[in-house]
Design a protein around this ligand. Structure first.
Ligand code: SAM
Length: 341
């Protein structure tokens, strides 16, 4: 099943007939593979690890697939397709990345949902692209094309970081937040409540949905002896977490995981401000799966300590899976849940 954006792209696939194509930020479907019916070869870069895992079984000589915030090569393509990102702040980065991988006069194709901000694309495209031209508008999505008309600026990750000092109850830490990553400009209020109510942890700890690494950095400031696994599904978040920990002189295992699926050990502690959005849709499945998997991956006597919007149904799920639940702190928006009495 293709997403709406992919369906509209596919009915315009003549745009890439017999071309080499790069698909940036592709969605939760098999569009890169479907394009092979028209294009001569396709390369896909997923910024979401779940999307990468879905496509990976289809990799072949004409379909190369990567997960990350950049391609590992400097290869240039006839066309680059950009899925307009849900996090709008990421769009300029993707346009720069697209330009880096386009041949001179190469074709840029941008697709996105009307409600996601693509309508103003002509105003958003940087000057090294021609004026954007609307080629299709269907299924609540728009497809624009443009052409690379000048060399793109060199892509340096450091140009895309928002770096700020954060005073936490554990001490001051430096946060390096790449565009589009959670809490880009300032600390999230939920994370703030979590940091103000951190338990003493021990041993090996999982920071689930680490984002820019705020929670790990604060905890390591207070307890440098802890061993952290930091996981996230988002490539920009993982890169941010690496930069944050490096900026503070800390080390941790930072890796991509969809839920807890790619973790391989049991933990003395699991700490998180877990996600509650799947793209533009809010879902409680994420909460349920996360709690269930955490209970299965926590050592006996381990600490499960998370913050969540108070309207989310965490309490019963935690009690069901851990046998007990405590609200360690709360305010009018968030609650801190713990399995420890
Ligand atoms: C609410 S943010 C918290 C970020 C960071 N810990 C903080 O407090 O600033 C949740 C994070 O979970 C990540 N995420 C979303 N779905 C995920 C999944 N299925 N597996 C792992 N991480 C996920 C998001 O990319 C995001 O960085």
């Amino acid at each position: 099943m293709l997403t709406n954006a992919s369906q509209v792209l596919l009915r315009n696939s003549d745009l890439v007939k017999d071309q080499s194509v790069l698909v940036l930020n592709y969605e939760s479907d098999h569009l890169p593979k479907a394009l092979l019916d028209t294009a001569s070869n396709v390369c896909g870069l997923a910024l979401d690890y779940h999307h990468h895992l879905m496509m990976q079984p289809y990799a072949c000589a004409d379909l190369t697939l990567y997960f990350g915030h950049q391609l590992p090569t400097d290869e240039c393509f006839d066309s680059v397709i950009v899925y307009f990102p849900k996090a709008k702040a990421l769009a300029p980065y993707l346009f720069n990345l697209a330009a880096k991988h386009l041949k001179p006069q190469g074709q840029l194709i941008v697709v996105g949902e009307n409600k996601g901000g693509i309508k103003s694309l002509p105003k958003q495209l940087p000057g090294y692209f021609d004026k954007a031209f609307k080629v299709d508008n269907a299924r609540h999505c728009i497809v624009f094309t443009s052409e690379l008309n000048a060399p793109a600026p060199i892509l340096k990750l450091t140009d895309w970081i928002n770096r700020y000092q954060l005073d936490t109850p554990q001490g001051q830490v430096t946060i390096c937040n790449l565009v589009g990553v959670f809490s880009e400009k300032k600390l999230d209020e939920g994370t703030e409540l979590l940091l103000a109510n951190l338990p003493k942890m021990r041993g090996n700890v999982l920071d689930f949905g680490c984002g820019a690494g705020v929670i790990t950095a604060a905890l390591l400031k207070a307890q440098p002896e802890l061993k952290f696994d930091c996981v996230d599904i988002n490539a920009m978040a993982l890169a941010s977490c690496e930069l944050t920990l490096e900026a503070n002189g800390f080390k941790a295992n930072i890796f991509a995981s969809d839920g807890l699926a790619q973790t391989s050990q049991r933990y003395d502690g699991i700490i998180s401000n877990p996600p509650f959005h799947d793209g533009l849709a809010s879902t409680t499945n994420i909460a349920t799966n996360f709690v269930k998997d955490s209970a299965a991956n926590l050592k006996s006597g381990g600490i499960f300590h998370i913050v969540a919007n108070r309207h989310l149904p965490y309490s019963d799920t935690i009690a069901d899976n851990f046998g007990s639940v405590t609200v360690a702190a709360e305010n009018n928006k968030y609650k801190i849940y713990s399995n420890v009495k």
